[in-house]
Design a protein around this ligand. Sequence first.
Ligand code: ADP
Ligand code: MG
Length: 659
Amino acid sequence: MGHRLIENLVYTVKDRCRVCYTCVRECPVKAIKIINGQAEVISERCIGCGNCVNVCSQGAKAYKTSVVQINNFLDQGLNAIACVAPSFPAEFYDLKNHRVLVGMLKKAGFSKVMEVSFGADLVSERLKEFLVKNPDQSYINSDCPAVVNYVEKFFPQLVDQLVPIQSPMVALARYIRKTENPDAKIIFIGPCIAKKSESDEIDDALTFEELRDLFETRNIIPTECNETEFDGPAGGHGSVYPITQGLLQTINKTENLVKNDIIVASGNNDFKEVIEELDKGEIESNLISLHCCNGCLMGPGMTGNKKRYFRRNQLSKYLNDKIECFKKDEWENNIKENRSINLDREFQADPVGITDPDEEKIKKALLKMNKTKEEDLLNCGACGYHTCREHAIAIINGLAETEMCLPYSIEVLHTSISDLNSSNKKLADMSQALKQSEKLAALGQLSAGIAHELNNPLGVITMYCNILKDEMEEDSPHLNDLQLLVEQSERCKNIVGSLLNFARKNQVRPSRTNMVSFMKRSLESVIIPENIEADIVSEMKDEILNFDNEQMMQAITNLEKNAVEAMPNGGKLSIVLAEKGMNVYINISDTGTGIAKENMDKLFTPFFTTKEPGKGTGLGLPLVYGIIKMHHGKIEIESNTDPDKEPTGTTFRITLPRQ
Ligand code: ADP
Ligand code: MG
């Protein structure tokens, strides 16, 4: 004799689960794991309390129903006896009276309809005797199957402290088999899911919810049924069992704080607390009366009005009616006659407890959720576990996932957002750079063509102007005009020259070069007025770098010229060479006027110049930009025009990769 084995008694209806963790949070034994974003019930750990079924607002937790099976029994005309739990008045308050319910069950095909309360009476008798015989030990009541499952699975060391007496349901089943019909199909009907797997001595169990389904499938309508009394023997005190303190009433006891021989607790946190304290040896009491639900009246198999005291009221009404026609002598006789029924019970330890992982592992699991310090352990409970530590242990045991931690998930989300932002920015920068190079490429083609065509006629003009100038008398009034012609055509040639440079810079011919001497040479090819001091500082260990000398010389001298031109009243031009990792940095700074903010993003646009006509071409920086890009480098600018903030000036910072 043992449990009735039911695979996956409670399970998840997957497409309804919205992964809100309510079931994880509310499951008293953490028998629900989140795997691949789905809440799954772990059968070995489940105690069948049905709390998850109660709390899931989406109807995503369900239990195995027996409606089809019972319908089969009834259709086959098997001798099926309905054993109705004493909580039925709290469920079927919509019926005129209990006789209608009995009539409906009879019409459905049950041969007999009996009250489990008689079984409860048999149990109470034994319990009274047992407690008297064992006054110095602490015992846990064993009529709540979820509590029994809990002890067997999670506190196997306490199974000997479970009252070794069968439950009212099994007591009635034994009565039926002994005195009525050993082969009857015994069907328990009550508010409890765990009852379905309590004992293989019953043939099946229905919740009240399932009974309503059964009535519907068999089209049983209350008004069409004959009112019928329960089949005997009638129950007595046992009818109050479904109320939290009911069990005590049946053995004429009350919780007495002075005597402290009774402790009562119900609800899915309290009953656990008591067992934990009992296990630690912190409490002792002759009878510890525990129920997983808040009394069977609040069982998960009930429907309709969920209010506890409303349900209690319905039960009391029924009891009052019952007392009126209670036949005390007959009842006492029945109890006496059935004293010989064996109600002994044994329990099987079935440990499934979580292994306590070592501290290192817990630390690692916490670290994964970015929890390194005491103050990181928020214990907010959003994951379904009371503490971050419990959550970490559950992760190690494969019951939970890191993503269940809300603060962690929010942090990950924030990081993703900022990553996305920075990718966005990079993308914007790149598209800007792309536009720039497209412009430069188009300009390059155009200027190459024009420059080529202009170069020859300009050469002719310059040559003939010079010849004319040489042949002219020194005091000729035209000499000055001619001089101007020579100068201006020279200028044109220069512009054409830069355009050609600009167009030609599409090939890099690198050679190993000492940066410091290269920079010295660059300064020598720029005219630096007396009032400007120029110096080179090298912080490089390895001053040799590979680059195209001719192109880089153009780039650097252009920057140096710009710097000089920005310091009409003198100042300092400094070149700093540095390196970091695989990058080399060239900083060219001046103490000049600085660049106005509004000009910053126009600097690399061809022909942008702020210099007076004839002085600037606006081709210097685009050329520099192109050359640096060809070398896979980067150019950045920092500038200040406001002398009130800090000394004015500009720094061009070039980054070149060594490879
Ligand atoms: P150009 O020198 O022919 O004007 P560039 O392309 O070399 O053309 O420079 C474009 C503009 O950038 C300059 O006209 C000037 O306004 C600004 N600029 C460049 N370098 C500096 C600098 N070091 N200090 C101040 N302004 C600068
Ligand atoms: Mg310039």
